[in-house]
Design a binder for this molecule. Structure first.
Ligand SMILES: CC(C)(COP(=O)(O)OP(=O)(O)OC[C@H]1O[C@@H](n2cnc3c(N)ncnc32)[C@H](O)[C@@H]1OP(=O)(O)O)[C@@H](O)C(=O)NCCC(=O)NCCS
Length: 174
């Protein structure tokens, strides 16, 4: 199945916005700890993506999307460079998500490779991210990709089911 990965323009179409809402909703309802609770609404998801697309328009964030053979968005990840002058070599990788039906086929790994290539192309040399240590997290996934674990904060966020969970903070020097 051919998958195409590209940057999403800030002027996303209505169809793209619908697909992004579905991606976020499916991941959160499936238990992924990515900033929302399991009862996430369409409005909440829409407002979230509105904010992301504003950040893209302002040059403060980049969204990579993976599209299936029909062009529909099936996965995404974000790169948010630090804006302060003393941190312009670093960026946070945020909200990696793959539709549940598309998991286990290397898509997450491919998106991480693309986000690292994007970072390098913008002279970003230090990536950091966090995930949940609870059921909603993906610690082993990042370890397999060579990210270094530096610790976590107990009770940092609620997993989608409402359970408080420690986060796991990772970095990779490019
Ligand atoms: C985490 C996620 C992005 C992985 O995507 P994917 O396309 O299924 O990942 P891949 O197929 O590239 O898997 C690569 C490896 O990581 C492992 N892996 C995948 N998801 C994992 C998870 N949640 N926890 C631990 N390991 C995981 C796979 O088993 C695979 O290992 P292998 O190479 O030994 O077979 C996907 O499961 C997802 O969208 N989860 C919900 C959102 C989320 O948790 N995001 C990350 C937290 S910020």
């Amino acid at each position: 199945m051919p998958i195409h990965i590209e940057s999403l323009a800030a002027a996303a179409t209505a169809a793209e916005r619908r697909e992004l809402n579905e991606l976020l909703g499916a991941c959160v309802r499936g238990g992924a700890s990515i900033g929302f609770l399991a009862d996430i609404t369409e409005v909440e998801a829409g407002e979230y993506w509105d904010g992301v697309l504003c950040a893209v328009a302002a040059g403060a964030s980049f969204v990579l999307v993976a599209r299936d053979e029909g062009g529909a968005i099936v996965a995404s990840v974000q790169l948010a460079p630090a804006l302060r002058r003393n941190g312009r070599h670093r960026a946070e990788v945020q909200k990696l998500m793959v539709l549940p039906a598309r998991r286990g086929r290397d898509l997450g790994t491919q998106l991480m490779a693309e986000v690292e290539a994007l970072a390098r192309s913008r002279a970003l040399r230090l990536l950091f991210l966090d995930t949940s240590e609870g059921a909603g997290g993906a610690r082993v996934f990042y370890e397999k990709l060579g990210y270094t674990y530096v610790g976590g904060i107990p009770g940092y966020a609620l997993d989608p089911d409402g359970a408080p969970a420690k986060n796991a903070i990772f970095y990779k020097a490019l």
